[in-house]
Design a protein around this ligand. Structure first.
Ligand SMILES: Cc1cc2nc3c(=O)[nH]c(=O)nc-3n(C[C@H](O)[C@H](O)[C@H](O)COP(=O)(O)OP(=O)(O)OC[C@H]3O[C@@H](n4cnc5c(N)ncnc54)[C@H](O)[C@@H]3O)c2cc1C
Length: 414
């Protein structure tokens, strides 16, 4: 067994973007797969429930956690070029080889594999073992120039398998791939959080979801302690959803593999992105770097920075309702925002519903609704997770009463 440093009665206030002051009965940081397996074994021996914690940007702590919080810190990013004619089966088998090699004794970010053409991946090492989400978010904003796309460092193969450890910051991974000239993740720039959490809710933005680039992931089954590989068919990805979200607490994701490269078509059709490129990048053929820059600029202008105003991004899912209900509602509210789905139902903008009820800028007991983004609940002043939950419930009840629509909460409530 590897040596694990378990801290008891651990203050989590700096470990979620809302920063609510709750404690974990036990807390451990793990860097390698072996350490992760040992931590899970320890929790099983002690009958402690387990909470995998990334950057806490999609978790709301409303009480102390009476179990073991596990934070993964591994920073490995691995690049393997795929043969041009590789089939899905070939890609899965190459990903499995990378996974099987594992991170059993990893100590650094860049790893070479024997498979083929590799470039150095991550240059950032994990210097902050006890990272604090708020401090991190702030630092990231301050040092954004470090993470801006620059010229591709090296010509990359057309098709590249990129495997990142759960502890890698998501935006750092995106920038690393963009800087290498790889197309695929640019629309997902600047989404907070770690790689390990990204498949849990199948993160998405500006017309792209994680599942669009996903190859496979490696996860530890908590109850049996067995490692499993999941391909896209196993993950049951859906809008902000996956098997890992539906069966929360069963698996801890250790690494995630993506296929990226010039064979992927840039996605620039999404409203705000399209408009931005039309206005700011006239006469320039978009590249992954340009799209990433555009996405970062739009996000910075629209979303409150959690380091300055604590929040967890969108607090509610956009509800999907039957066409008949949508038609009836739009008769009464002609400006209601909704989008027809492939199955004929309508996805309604939850932000519009909340805004229409006058909640923008509302504040009660330190928590409230962002003044410009009705979908984002924020902490305006020292407050508790319970106050936030009470506000969320008030909004849900109000929306249900007026529109007959049930809003569901996006972040995980503890
Ligand atoms: C300002 C802001 C903007 C955002 N924008 C977007 C957006 O555009 N699109 C989008 O999809 N999301 C968005 N989010 C939500 C959030 O960034 C994502 O859900 C992100 O993937 C959460 O990562 P995290 O590391 O913070 O996870 P955490 O909040 O720490 O955890 C989230 C969930 O994943 C579980 N988990 C964490 N790590 C693992 C692991 N290794 N294995 C298994 N389970 C794990 C946790 O137990 C928890 O249930 C936004 C959030 C904020 C604050």
């Amino acid at each position: 067994m590897n040596t694990l440093t378990v801290v008891h009665d651990f203050d989590l206030s700096g470990y979620t973007t809302f920063g609510f002051a709750q404690k974990a009965a036990h807390y451990v940081e793990v860097e390698t797969d072996d350490q992760l397996a040992d931590a899970v074994q320890l929790a099983r021996d002690e009958h402690w429930p387990i909470l995998p914690l990334g950057e806490g940007s999609n978790i709301v702590l409303t009480q102390d956690y009476n179990g073991l919080v596990i934070r993964q810190t591994g920073q490995r990013i691995e690049y393997v070029s795929l043969p041009e004619n590789a089939t899905t089966t070939d890609t899965h088998s190459i990903a499995r080889t990378v996974n099987d090699k594992g991170t059993h004794s990893q100590t650094q970010a860049n790893v070479e594999t024997p498979i083929q053409t590799l470039t150095n991946a991550q240059t950032r090492t994990q210097t902050e073992t006890k990272t604090q989400s708020l401090a991190n978010a702030e630092k990231r904003v301050q040092s954004d120039s470090e993470l801006q796309p620059d010229k591709p460092t090296q010509a990359m193969s057309r098709r590249m398998l990129v495997t990142a450890a759960a502890g890698v910051n998501w935006h750092t991974l995106v920038m690393d791939t963009v800087n290498k000239g790889l197309v695929g993740l640019e629309n997902l720039s600047l989404i907070p959080g770690l790689v390990g959490a990204a498949p849990v809710q199948n993160i998405g933005a500006y017309g792209v979801e994680l599942c669009d680039r996903f190859v496979s992931l490696k996860a530890l089954h908590i109850q049996s302690g067995r490692w499993q590989t999941f391909t896209i068919d196993d993950c049951e990805f859906a809008y902000r959803d996956s098997l890992f979200k539906r069966h929360i607490g069963q698996y801890i994701i250790a690494n995630v593999s993506f296929e990226l490269g010039s064979h992927i078509k840039l996605q620039t059709g999404y409203g705000a992105l399209n408009q931005y490129l039309d206005t700011h990048c006239v006469n320039q053929a978009p590249t992954a770097a340009i799209v990433s820059e555009a996405v970062c600029a739009i996000r910075r202008s629209k979303l409150p920075n959690p380091a300055a105003l604590p929040n967890a991004g969108s607090f509610f899912h956009n509800p999907v309702i039957p066409a008949a209900q949508y038609t009836a509602l739009t008769k009464e509210h002609p400006d209601m925002v909704g989008y027809r789905q492939p199955d004929g139902q309508y996805k309604v903008a939850a932000g519009w519903l909340i805004d229409h009820l006058g909640y923008k800028g509302y504040c009660h007991e330190g928590v409230g609704v962002h003044e410009h983004q009705a979908l984002v609940l924020v902490k305006y002043a020292p407050a508790t997770g319970s106050a936030l939950l009470a506000l969320a419930n008030t909004i849900q009840t109000h929306v249900l009463r007026v529109f007959g629509i049930t809003l569901s909460i996006e972040p995980r409530l503890i």
